[in-house]
Design a protein. Structure first.
Length: 235
């Protein structure tokens, strides 16, 4: 351990442990089924320690949502640095959405199972803004594709909602340890979504390929997030 790492306050690590336990509990039991008493018992700390770090359960939920969306937006920016075409970028959104069911699994399930219920609650404005930014990025890619003649004309808002509806409910049926590998599911989803909007529908197969350029860039972006989390003081 370096001197700089040794100087990091213990509270940063404890805060991360509390958030991780809360995230897993919400994913498994839902927000209503999660309480400070259970978290304290699991972590071997007092409820007062959790209150000291976060104050309320609502504050924990806000941090979960905001942290989740910031990670997703960072990944999109990494992808966009390497993929310029609207078809490639849209395919990457779908690859990412499916891969989240394995990568960052607990946070993905916790976020997706409660996001609609708490979307308009007071204090969730930052989370709303981040989710709006992500949605607008997808809509802009769809609009760019239509303008470039790559995508067939259509309502980009409806298409975005269709995409989100497909991937955001995967947590209800997809089992990372089940018979269908995530790469196979991602390939099927990308092929279906892209074939539905592309002028040249045959191009969807290349964009969906698990060993293709889009999938490789997505893997890079996800790995970069994992590396950044591991290097963070609270990681």
């Amino acid at each position: 351990m370096t001197a700089a790492q040794d100087s990091v306050p213990r509270r940063d690590s404890r805060r991360a442990e509390i958030l991780e336990a809360f995230t897993r509990a919400v994913a498994e039991r839902g927000y209503d089924g999660t309480n400070f008493g259970d978290l304290a018992t699991e972590l071997g700390i007092s409820k007062g320690t959790i209150v000291h770090h976060f104050g309320t359960k609502d504050a924990l939920l806000r941090e979960l949502h905001e942290g989740y969306m910031r990670r997703r937006l960072t990944e999109v920016r990494r992808v966009w640095d390497r993929l310029a075409g609207p078809a490639e970028r849209l395919a990457a959104f779908v690859h990412l959405g499916v891969r989240y069911q394995v990568v960052d699994r607990w946070a993905t399930v916790a976020f997706q199972r409660e996001v609609v219920r708490f979307a308009a609650d007071p204090g969730m404005e930052t989370s709303q803004a981040l989710r709006g930014e992500y949605r607008e990025l997808v809509e802009s890619v769809l609009a760019d594709g239509v303008a470039a003649g790559v995508f067939r004309p259509g309502d980009e808002r409806l298409r975005t909602l269709q995409l989100f509806g497909a991937v955001h409910w995967m947590w209800t049926w997809f089992d990372p340890a089940g018979p269908r590998p995530v790469a196979e599911v991602a390939e099927s989803f990308v092929d279906s979504v892209l074939a539905g909007v592309l002028v040249d529908r045959a191009a969807a197969r290349v964009l969906a390929a698990p060993d293709g350029e889009v999938a490789r860039v997505v893997s890079y972006a996800l790995a970069a997030t994992l590396d950044a989390d591991a290097d963070s003081p609270a990681g």
